[in-house]
Design a protein around this ligand. Structure first.
Ligand SMILES: NC(=O)c1ccc[n+]([C@@H]2O[C@H](COP(=O)([O-])OP(=O)(O)OC[C@H]3O[C@@H](n4cnc5c(N)ncnc54)[C@H](OP(=O)(O)O)[C@@H]3O)[C@@H](O)[C@H]2O)c1
Length: 334
């Protein structure tokens, strides 16, 4: 393909710890080598994107950089026999948008093993409403359910419930017949969470026990946590005998302090969830669930569509302040 120019967000370090975001023209030859060149139609905004777009070197080591850990589009060129030009595909995870130029651009070029064929019954736009956050939510539900937590065992707690991962996990659990108790943090969004199907909404104070006691009254059969820190340790000590707790995120803290007692007295299982390097067979299983039994009827309710790369700016600020709700997708072609 000719070395055409295309639009992309470029984050540049202008001085020590100062970063600017601009929408600029890049060229196809600026992209790294790879098997599949994709013309991106939609991307999405995750917590990790906001960190990469604001100079967090734990996520992105080298700038200038184009963020966007999710991308959905059409294969433009492929040297892989697995993909043909014109095919609809999506990429989430691996190194996309971290240290590889990501989905906030009209083109990406990636290795073939990062690319997933768009599942039947899902559009490119819908796949980005799920994106990494939705895939992580679905993987968390998959692990929780496979650990034996069935709807008859009792309610499931979801923390960070207004966020991308939390909103989708809540919705999938409700669709699968679970009673969900949602934790509402910074902004009062109880009405939204009840509309998504939560049976009860509790405050962040109630979910953040300060007593220091090793075990508390059992309240849930399981929990899906996105916050970590004391909120996760509270979820672990309020889960009933034989229950399971998934953890995938650290919006609240990067630590977990817990006594051993929930594990050795209540037999609690702590399930780690990683969407980045999740093996391809598990990836396909979870995407197929997302496109079938778990396909949400009211995706638009949790979605904000940003009309252009330029519109990402405001939403990045909101996500960093913990004030965004649901999922934001961005229409890439300008
Ligand atoms: N392991 C993986 O593969 C993987 C994949 C995707 C995401 N993640 C991680 O999962 C987490 C959630 O991602 P996301 O995309 O859902 O983020 P998000 O859309 O920004 O949502 C996070 C939610 O957490 C709550 N929150 C924010 N700051 C908080 C604080 N200081 N204390 C307590 N609650 C707070 C807010 O909900 P409320 O106001 O309702 O509490 C917020 O809506 C992030 O840490 C992300 O990096 C991990």
């Amino acid at each position: 393909m000719d070395n055409i120019s295309f639009k992309a967000m470029v984050v540049t370090e202008v001085s020590d710890k100062q970063f600017v975001r601009e929408i600029k023209q890049k060229h196809i030859d600026d992209l790294p080598a790879g098997d599949v060149l994709i013309n991106v139609q939609y991307s999405s905004l995750n917590y990790k994107d906001a960190l990469s777009a604001s100079g967090n070197k734990g996520v992105t080591k080298k700038y200038p950089h184009t963020p966007g850990i999710d991308a959905a589009g059409v294969v433009e060129e492929s040297s892989s026999p697995k993909f043909k030009s014109g095919e609809q595909v999506l990429v989430t995870g691996y190194d996309l948008g971290m240290n590889t130029p990501g989905g906030y651009a009209e083109y990406i070029r990636v290795p073939e093993n990062w690319v997933v064929k768009l599942p039947e019954n899902l559009t490119l736009r819908e796949s980005m409403i799920y994106g990494t956050a939705g895939f992580t939510a679905a993987l968390s539900c998959f692990k929780l359910i496979n650990s034996g937590i069935t709807p008859d065992k009792g309610p499931v707690l979801v923390t960070g419930a207004t966020g991308g991962v939390g909103s989708i996990a809540l919705s999938i659990l409700v669709k699968s017949g679970y009673e969900v108790v949602a934790v509402n943090g910074i902004v009062d969004e109880a009405e939204y969470l009840l509309e998504l199907g939560a049976k009860e909404v509790i405050s962040i104070e109630e979910a953040d026990d300060q007593s220091g006691r090793p075990l508390l009254k059992p309240r849930w059969a399981g929990a899906i946590d996105t916050v970590a820190g004391n909120v996760l340790s509270t979820a672990i000590k309020t889960t009933q005998y034989g229950g399971a707790v998934t953890c995938c995120g650290n919006v609240g803290a990067a630590e977990l302090h817990s006594s051993i007692f929930p594990f050795i007295i209540n037999g609690i299982t702590l399930l780690g969830v990683d969407s980045v390097n999740c093996p391809v067979d598990m990836r396909m299983k979870v995407w197929n669930k997302v496109a079938s039994d778990w396909k949400l009827d009211r995706l638009e309710k949790i979605t904000t569509e940003l009309p252009s790369l330029e519109a990402l700016e405001e939403r990045i600020g909101l996500i960093l302040e913990g004030k965004s709700r649901g999922r934001a997708i961005v229409k890439v072609p300008g």
